[in-house]
Design a protein around this ligand. Structure first.
Ligand SMILES: Cc1cc2nc3c(=O)[nH]c(=O)nc-3n(C[C@H](O)[C@H](O)[C@H](O)COP(=O)(O)OP(=O)(O)OC[C@H]3O[C@@H](n4cnc5c(N)ncnc54)[C@H](O)[C@@H]3O)c2cc1C
Length: 386
């Protein structure tokens, strides 16, 4: 008989460890026998997560930096604004992994296995996970592992773009940054490859995370990201030399593809569970919502299956519409975001991007983009469900 657990979490990244933390917050669940499997040791700073929220979250103690003001720039506008009641928060991967590990040390009912998962199988009373270190069974398996090498899936007829980016934390000799303002999007860079912008998060007047980001079907060569960052620093800040303190590269699927839905006792979470927002690639905030809802459902209803709300369906539709407009190149990405930032209150835009806006705010945001482009796209995605 394979070793048996109440819950098995496959993938100890953002979603797996967020879920673990949330299970351990619940007195009714914190004694459950839980197995966590990952092929990585999670001891490097493999990514930084940023997100906005209006109140303190579960990971507040490890917020590395926060900003209260945004800057948005496009060829036809530039705007700096307060994002109250939100704060834009940054959490470093390395702090997140260490924080969860330390927190878990007090629980004897947790097992961590360093292994590669090959297969998941539903059984009558639970599910089985096959790894290179053995087979394990659990009442429920929460899976956050995706087969990124095979994306987009063959024959997928919906929309699929990569949000891909290279970021560097740099230190300059001269003070060149405004440490109070996070540049959320600066579209005043070449749009030659498709929708592209610079994202600048200053920690002080001479250190910042500078990230070149694109929403396109194809990735660029490694040198192209560096060249774009160098050109930007030169042109906007007069910086020729800088020291690189950290680098990261990421690609996040922006798609209306449904990776998986709950299947018997196997519950997809994180990006595998559709938590990367199709039209922005942001996932951290949605992962927190999903994992909190799963823990709550286990306590309240005794199972982790969540129903899809009307609100969630609505935002999926909006995401598909924007993806259609971007992928079919019906309107340049910078012009869409510029129209939205020109005509809407910052907090309403952030609520919209967090899937939390009211119908009135949705309508106002829709009114700010050209109807002759977005209405046919909305009808198309509603009728053909893609
Ligand atoms: C560099 C980077 C920066 C990002 N920044 C932001 C941001 O600022 N804001 C935001 O909202 N989102 C951001 N994202 C998107 C998203 O939040 C992250 O990708 C997030 O980590 C997704 O969480 P996850 O749990 O779904 O996947 P992951 O965190 O990637 O976790 C999956 C885990 O599965 C493990 N694994 C994979 N295959 C196997 C296998 N076969 N066997 C065993 N283990 C396996 C991996 O080692 C990993 O630990 C970023 C993504 C990247 C890559």
């Amino acid at each position: 008989m394979p070793p048996s657990y109440d819950y098995i979490i496959t993938g100890a990244g953002c979603a797996g460890l967020s879920l673990l933390m949330r299970l351990l917050q619940e007195p009714a669940l914190q004694q459950k026998k839980i197995l966590v499997i990952d092929q990585d040791t999670k001891t490097s700073n493999d990514r930084t997560w940023c997100f906005w929220e209006a109140s303190p979250g579960l990971f507040e103690p490890i917020v590395h930096h926060r900003w209260q003001q945004f800057r948005f720039a496009a060829p036809d506008m530039e705007r700096a604004f307060s994002i109250a009641p939100y704060q834009y928060k940054m959490i470093r991967g390395i702090d997140f992994y260490a924080y969860v590990r330390n927190y878990c040390a007090q629980f004897a009912n947790l097992t961590f296995v360093h292994a590669t998962v090959h297969h998941w199988r539903n059984e009558q009373d639970g599910a089985t996970v096959e790894t290179d270190k053995g087979i394990f069974t659990g009442d429920y398996v929460f899976n956050s592992i995706i087969d990124a090498a095979h994306l987009p899936p063959k024959n997928f007829k919906g929309y699929f773009l990569w949000q891909h980016f290279k970021g560097k934390i740099i230190q300059t000799q001269q003070p060149v940054f405004d440490a109070e303002k996070a540049t959320f999007m600066d579209f005043t860079v070449s749009q030659h490859n498709g929708t592209a912008f610079m994202y600048v998060l200053p920690f002080s007047n001479n250190t910042a995370l500078v990230e070149f980001t694109l929403f396109t079907e194809q990735l660029l060569t490694a040198e192209s990201y560096d060249a774009a960052i160098d050109a930007y620093l030169q042109e906007k800040h007069g910086v020729d030399n800088y020291e690189v303190l950290h680098e990261e590269f990421g690609k996040i699927p922006m798609t209306n593809y449904r990776f998986a839905t709950p299947d018997g006792h196997i519950i997809p979470i994180g990006i595998a569970g559709g938590q990367a927002k199709g039209s922005s690639g942001y996932a951290f905030y949605f992962i927190q919502q999903q994992t909190a809802a799963i823990a709550n459902s286990l306590v309240q209803r005794g199972h982790p299956i969540l129903s899809v709300s009307w609100q969630q369906r609505k935002f999926r539709w909006f995401d598909s519409v924007l993806l259609r407009v971007l992928q079919q190149q019906l309107m340049p990405g910078h012009a869409i975001f510029s129209a939205i930032f020109k005509h809407n209150a910052p907090a309403a835009i952030l609520r919209f991007l967090n899937n939390e806006s009211s119908i009135q705010e949705d309508l106002q945001i829709m009114r700010s983009v050209p109807m002759h482009i977005f209405l046919p796209a909305a009808l198309h995605t509603a009728i053909f469900r893609k």
